[in-house]
Design a protein around this ligand. Structure first.
Ligand code: GLN
Length: 193
């Protein structure tokens, strides 16, 4: 999922399906030759080569996953090195903290602090062409929907794209966080990584 990991021919990639844009990610994964598997319960994490945590609402995601024990299982899987892509709310739950210190359950796994709804209310949703050289030279059509940005990042985090001077995509080991939605655009390139 992240380019410097060995490529698998037909990886089985879980898509967290408790809430949010999981169907789009499953389609995007299928389009790049992966086998998507919906993850709703802790046992669904078994045998996966990677995981996608889609956009949605990070508080809801944390609450719903918390009820079934899935949150703990996600912490263990991501902490144990399962490659993971988190988009928008998915990136928020991969953070170690939120900038406003909201009391919401997170999965963690990336040494980043994120600011939720960072781009303000008037421009809460917009599209932009993002330079993200790691997925190719062409700019990436990115959809920001009440998107977060990365407020601060630890030394092990590599920023992959910025918008308005703020990091909006980053990776750390096998974890890739993107503030934007990617499933519905040519950003399928991201899934291919
Ligand atoms: N604003 C949402 C949150 O804070 C994220 C929005 C999204 O995933 N599109 O969780």
């Amino acid at each position: 999922m992240v380019s410097d990991l060995p490529a698998l021919s037909h990886p089985r990639v879980g898509v967290l399906a408790v809430q949010g844009a999981f169907a789009e990610h499953a389609d995007a994964l299928r389009a790049v030759g992966a086998e998507p598997a919906e993850v709703r319960l802790p046992g669904d994490l078994e045998g996966l080569d990677g995981l996608v945590i889609p956009g949605g609402e990070s508080t809801t995601l944390g609450l719903v996953a918390g009820r079934s024990g899935l949150l703990e299982a996600l912490r263990a899987a991501v902490g144990g090195g399962l490659p993971v892509l988190g988009t928008c709310a998915g990136m928020i739950v991969l953070a170690r903290a939120t900038a406003c210190g909201e009391d919401q359950p997170l999965v963690g796994g990336m040494d980043i602090v994120v600011r939720r709804n960072a781009f303000g209310r008037q421009v809460a949703s917009f599209e932009a062409d993002l330079d993200m050289p790691v997925v190719g030279p062409e700019p990436l059509r990115a959809v920001f929907i009440r998107a977060p940005w990365i407020e601060s990042a630890g030394p092990g985090v590599e920023v992959l794209a910025t918008w308005g001077g703020h990091p909006v995509a980053a990776r750390e080991d096998g974890a890739l966080g993107m503030a934007v939605h990617t499933g519905q655009t040519p950003a399928r390139r991201v899934h291919r990584q």
